[in-house]
Design a protein around this ligand. Structure first.
Ligand code: CA
Length: 643
């Protein structure tokens, strides 16, 4: 075996071994079962079949070599429900591995499963389509277990923390929870934390286990611990599809959090199938660790990129996934990201599937020569249809994520006015280290699964204590103002589930493996923070109907005029709100952010103006005169009536 890294990207390698077929893995229909793997340096490969996920070997067959390093074996019958793995022989030694392209697997994923995918579709799944796209997309970041683990969710115990919880609509409680709540909230997309098969939770273990799931094992199989049965490998597939179908039925599109930058262990199925090929190494032969998870997948090599592209397309086709969020996208390449964008557009229509990612990495990583890392500073090379999380906006609004007491604009930060006025343009007019093609590339947010919840960050920075249960009026005001700012900034909108009801993790800043009780949505909070929930609902409603805000074109930035810093903590700007729609009520918007501790008198420009939102309400439409008081710690949105 040649283990020379430059060889892997050489023309010689490409000519000999690049395989662009879309049929690796297993294809099982009523009349045949075909196994194919790519392993160019193996001397022999044996296919081992099993009747169950744990039983002894039933049959062994030699795989036949084909062109480009592909090996094949075919049966003239359906082997649906059988399990399999491979013995990969090299230098007289065999290594056992599951299929890196597996679409089904045993409990805990070490054996692959033959699946006739047609047999896994819940009733009506062939006709399942996503809801119509709306003028604005509001993305709600959610972990499957967090959603329904709380008893207060009203979800039957056997479905709590599972895919199935999404299929229960009427939870019969005295207030809305789970799907009925989400539907009412008005968000358009649910972004689910990783739900491909991951390694950190024992699928035969108990419900006390918890992990965010950023540790992929089988990239193309749903995680088993969210299924009601982990032994029969078809159950996780069917129930995952039921979850997606249920969201579509309720008007919500589904985004999948995908982690192609590293694997749970370096000794992965990819590594066992083609040692050395799928990972980046340092010059001394050690693994690179730009992911801070022990290894980096070598995006930028032909068959690595093919693998990732194949996986994304598989989820979009087979599971009807509507969008993808790329973890540590900065470890992937601009070329790969743009290729995925083009492929999704070609197959599903331009922009139909959304794409965005983290434009950073945990550390340096030796990328392939000639490739460009999909980092923030390279946003200008990324397709306009690929979004990046805007840490600049996040930190300007609420303060740095790693320094808990450091404030942002809404919680006492000083001198941030110019940054806030850049943030509202999606950094299109400068202010950061990059220049987006348009605000379509910007994901505006103030909280996500990483770091403190917004509520906890505000308490820690404003009170410097650990009392996260007191509903401090000024923390509530800061929370509303934070939301008001990013909801009135150009770009895409993203929020962590529960941000709208003061979600707390009790000051836990990195809860990736904390108890489910720390992580879960506490549904009763929706009652205690009903005013905050209503506030968000109003912002969501407003956002969907104001063209000045939802415009994502490169020209959107020119809608913003008359930016003004009035004094410390007080800024305003106007927005051209015109569109092709003749029914628009307001042609101009005036937006004021008052983060100061005192009220501020705003002079209203000429024309007939109405207040649409202030610090306490987001569902008003009240005429104003020449002046209006912008209350301390609040936002204010006015619209000028079309005359
Ligand atoms: Ca798993």
């Amino acid at each position: 075996m040649k283990n020379d890294m430059t060889f892997f990207t050489s023309k010689e390698f490409e000519d000999k071994f690049r395989y662009n077929g879309d049929d690796l893995g297993v294809l099982c229909t009523k009349t045949k079962t075909v196994f194919k793997v790519w392993s160019p340096f193996a001397e022999r490969i044996e296919l081992c079949l099993y009747k169950t996920g744990t039983s002894k070997e039933w049959q062994r067959k030699e795989m036949q070599p084909e062109e480009k390093g592909v090996w094949k074996q075919e049966y003239p019958e359906s082997l649906h429900g059988m399990y399999y793995d491979f013995l990969v022989w090299s230098q007289g030694k065999a290594v056992r591995t599951a299929d890196p392209y597996a679409i089904g697997c045993s409990c805990n994923g070490d054996r692959s499963m033959v699946v006739d995918l047609k047999l896994t579709n819940p009733p009506g799944f062939e006709e399942d389509t996503p809801p119509q796209k709306e003028k604005e997309q509001i993305i709600y970041e959610l972990h499957i277990k967090d959603f329904s683990f709380d008893k207060e969710s009203g979800i039957p115990e056997k479905y709590r923390g599972k895919y199935k919880a999404f299929t229960v609509f009427n939870t019969n409680g005295s207030y809305l929870t789970c799907m009925s709540y989400l539907k009412e909230l008005g968000i358009t997309h649910v972004h689910l934390l990783p739900f491909f098969d991951y390694g950190s939770v024992n699928e035969s273990g108990d419900e006390k286990q918890y992990n965010w799931g950023y540790d992929p094992l089988n990239f193309n199989v749903p995680e088993g611990s969210y299924a009601t049965d982990t032994v029969d490998g078809t159950v996780r597939i069917r129930e995952c599809k039921e979850m997606i179908q249920a969201m579509h039925k309720n008007g919500i599109r589904v985004v999948m959090d995908v982690v192609y930058n590293h694997t749970y262990r370096h000794d992965s199925f990819l590594q066992r199938m083609v040692p050395g090929y799928y990972y980046r190494y340092m010059e001394d032969g050690s693994l690179s660790n730009g992911s801070a998870c022990g290894n980096d997948i070598a995006a930028g090599r032909a068959m690595v990129d093919n693998y990732i592209l194949h996986s994304v397309l598989y989820w979009a086709r087979e599971y009807h996934i509507d969008g993808f969020r790329f973890d540590l996208m900065g470890l992937l390449t601009v070329e790969l990201m743009n290729q995925i964008r083009r492929s999704l557009d070609k197959e599903f229509g331009i922009g139909e599937k959304i794409m965005y990612g983290e434009p950073w990495r945990a550390d340096e990583s030796p990328m392939e020569d000639g490739t460009i890392a999909a980092l923030k500073e390279n946003a200008c090379y990324l397709d306009e249809g690929i979004g990046i999380f805007s840490d600049d906006t996040r930190d300007a609004i609420k303060g740095h994520v790693f320094y808990e007491e450091e404030p942002g604009f809404v919680n006492g930060g000083i001198g941030l006015e110019p940054l806030i006025l850049h943030a509202v343009t999606g950094w299109k007019d400068g202010g950061s280290i990059f220049c987006p093609k348009s605000c379509a590339q910007i994901m505006n947010y103030v909280s996500a699964h990483d770091n403190f919840t917004l509520w906890d960050k505000l308490v820690l920075s404003m009170y410097k204590n650990n009392d996260f249960k007191t509903k401090y009026p000024d923390v509530l005001a800061a929370n509303k103002l934070a939301a008001f700012i990013y909801f009135t900034s150009q770009g895409n909108l993203f929020l962590q589930a529960g941000e709208e009801f003061g979600r707390t993790k009790f000051g836990e800043g990195n809860s990736y493996c904390s108890a489910p009780e720390i992580n879960m949505l506490q549904w009763h909070q929706t009652i205690e923070f009903a005013d905050l929930v209503e506030y968000y609902k109003g912002l969501i409603r407003l956002r969907k109907k104001l063209p000045g805000l939802y415009d994502k074109s490169a020209l959107a930035v020119s809608r913003i005029i008359e930016k003004d810093i009035h004094k410390d903590g007080v800024v305003s700007f106007q927005l051209d709100n015109r569109s092709d729609n003749e029914n628009d009520r307001w042609d101009r918007l005036l937006i004021v952010y008052n983060a100061a501790k005192e009220d501020y008198m705003v002079t209203v420009p000429k024309g007939k103006w109405e207040v649409l939102a202030d610090g306490s309400q987001t569902n008003i439409c009240k005429a104003v005169d020449k002046e209006i008081q912008a209350k301390a710690q609040s936002g204010m949105l006015l619209g000028r009536k079309v005359e």
